[in-house]
Write a protein that binds this ligand. Structure first.
Ligand code: GLN
Length: 202
């Protein structure tokens, strides 16, 4: 069905089931992606929350690093939450030795940045076009979350954490990243935004 685009969730590690559920709620046809041939079938990809060091190691072992990079380079819409945000960063701070990302968004992300203050917390976030007045804010769950220290000219800030002033949501073209976990709430607005991006890019 043309209005239910096939959207993959990178299913190596992390909160895959939660993203699959939210994508279905947002009107997409969710697909678990573990192999390069499965990656070829999707019109969009979610990189879930989890642990970016493990995801990088598994993506290397499953020979997915280059195929994902290639599809990002070809314009595939990708949404990364938390560890997924780290995976979409062109520049990473506080990674483990040799840690690689897919890249794609011209931003510098610091891993475990909020974690140094408090491991996890929840906060109401305003997100441009999605959760700003008169709409209610987005109730965001942060778990050992990264933050964005700097973005390049091609990227735009969608949201900041009011308490720290840190950037927690970024968009660059059809690439989207959040420090928090929209998949761990019942609020499908971020997933709907992403599915709209996927539809627009077809
Ligand atoms: N700290 C994790 C990492 O480095 C991310 C945490 C998360 O996704 N909840 O990948």
């Amino acid at each position: 069905m043309s209005d239910s685009p096939p959207v993959g969730v990178l299913a190596l590690q992390g909160d895959v089931a939660e993203h699959l559920r939210m994508l279905a709620a947002a009107g997409a046809r969710p697909v678990a992606v573990r192999r390069p041939d499965e990656l070829e079938q999707v019109d969009g990809l979610v990189v879930p929350g989890g642990e970016s060091t493990t995801m990088w190691r598994l993506a290397t072992a499953f020979e997915l690093m280059e195929p994902v990079r290639k599809r990002i380079g070809g314009g595939l819409p990708v949404f990364g939450s938390c560890a997924g945000m780290i995976m979409l960063a062109d520049r990473l701070l506080d990674g483990v030795g040799g840690q690689q990302t897919f890249g794609g968004i011209d931003m510098t992300v610091r891993r475990n940045a909020f974690g140094r203050q408090v491991d996890s917390f929840e906060a109401d976030i305003r997100l441009r076009d999605v959760a700003e007045p008169p709409r209610p804010p987005f109730h965001a769950v942060f778990i050992r979350a990264p933050w964005v220290e700097q973005i390049g000219t091609g990227a735009e800030v969608l949201g900041t954490d009011a308490a720290t002033g840190r950037i927690v949501a970024v968009r660059q073209g059809s690439l989207l990243a959040t420090s928090f976990h929209p998949e761990l709430s019942d609020d499908a607005r971020v997933h709907r935004l992403f599915v709209d991006i996927v539809r627009d890019s077809r």
